[in-house]
Design a protein around this ligand. Structure first.
Ligand code: ADP
Length: 161
């Protein structure tokens, strides 16, 4: 049978428990998951792309998941990986407008590529990489939001800036 491969794109700056939850649940539904770190994101990152990839790789312990980067059109990346599914997470209603626009735009380019959404797990509903960076910058604890390796990386990075 054909493998069901999904692409989970994002900035992952840095990866949080919210992302890891979607990855874990995505692997329950799909045979393989490609975690695609966006290079051309308009957001200026705290971590470099190689640093984000390294953290993801360290934290994902499943042979069916792999981490890559992309900088062209997401739909082209998806098709070139033998996939037809973009996996995204939804937190609050505030995510909806943006995600709706993205999904419609991607469909307009390639209607064979489907965007699928997974609702966040309740503990992570207000969790974002942005919130984590803000709290860490202000010296707050982020242990409920990110794994220890990411906490350490944040400490190190913020002490350099
Ligand atoms: P982007 O810049 O593409 O939004 P992010 O790294 O912020 O990249 O998020 C990647 C994906 O993960 C998005 O679909 C986002 O909605 C989802 N996501 C982020 N945090 C959570 C969370 N706490 N719960 C569920 N999904 C999340």
């Amino acid at each position: 049978m054909k493998k069901r491969i999904a692409v989970y794109p994002g900035s992952f700056d840095p990866v949080t428990y919210g992302h890891l939850d979607i990855i874990q649940r995505g692997l329950e539904v799909f045979d393989e998951l490609v975690i695609a770190v966006a290079r051309n994101s308009e957001k200026k990152g705290l971590f470099s792309i190689p640093e984000r990839i390294e953290m993801l790789k360290r934290l994902i312990d499943d042979k069916r998941a792999r981490v890559e980067t992309f900088d062209g059109l997401l739909v082209d990346f998806v098709l070139s990986h033998g996939s037809r599914v973009i996996l995204r997470g939804l937190r609050a209603v505030s995510d909806f407008e943006y995600e709706f626009m993205l999904a419609q735009t991607n469909r307009a380019m390639h209607d064979e590529v489907e965007t699928m959404f997974m609702m966040t797990s309740v503990p992570y509903v207000y969790l974002s990489s942005t919130v984590v960076k803000e709290i860490a910058t202000l010296g707050g604890m982020v242990d409920t939001f990110v794994p220890p390796a990411v906490q350490d990386a944040l400490k190190k990075k913020l002490s350099q800036t």
